[in-house]
Design a protein around this ligand. Structure first.
Ligand code: ZN
Length: 79
């Protein structure tokens, strides 16, 4: 195995690990407000969620981004 092949292997494995973590991490989290489980398949409730990922809690209606952090509604912030 050449040095370039080794570097490529490390780069690809790192990318795969980061990709898997980015997908799996929200599944391991619960709603920060009501502690309900976040389902693996999330139906987007807005265009923003469709484009960027995210999820609205079915129990309490809290909006979460794709990392599982609460989203502050910009309309509410401006008012
Ligand atoms: Zn909730």
């Amino acid at each position: 195995m050449t040095l370039i092949q080794m570097v490529m292997l490390v780069a690809v494995s790192t990318a795969v690990i980061l990709f898997v973590i980015a997908i799996v991490r929200p599944w391991l989290r619960n709603c920060p407000r009501c502690k309900a489980d976040i389902p693996p398949i999330r139906k987007p409730t807005s265009v923003n969620q469709m484009l960027w990922g995210g999820w609205t809690c079915s129990s309490c209606g809290l909006e979460l981004d794709r990392k599982g952090d609460p989203v502050v509604n910009q309309l509410n912030r401006l008012r």
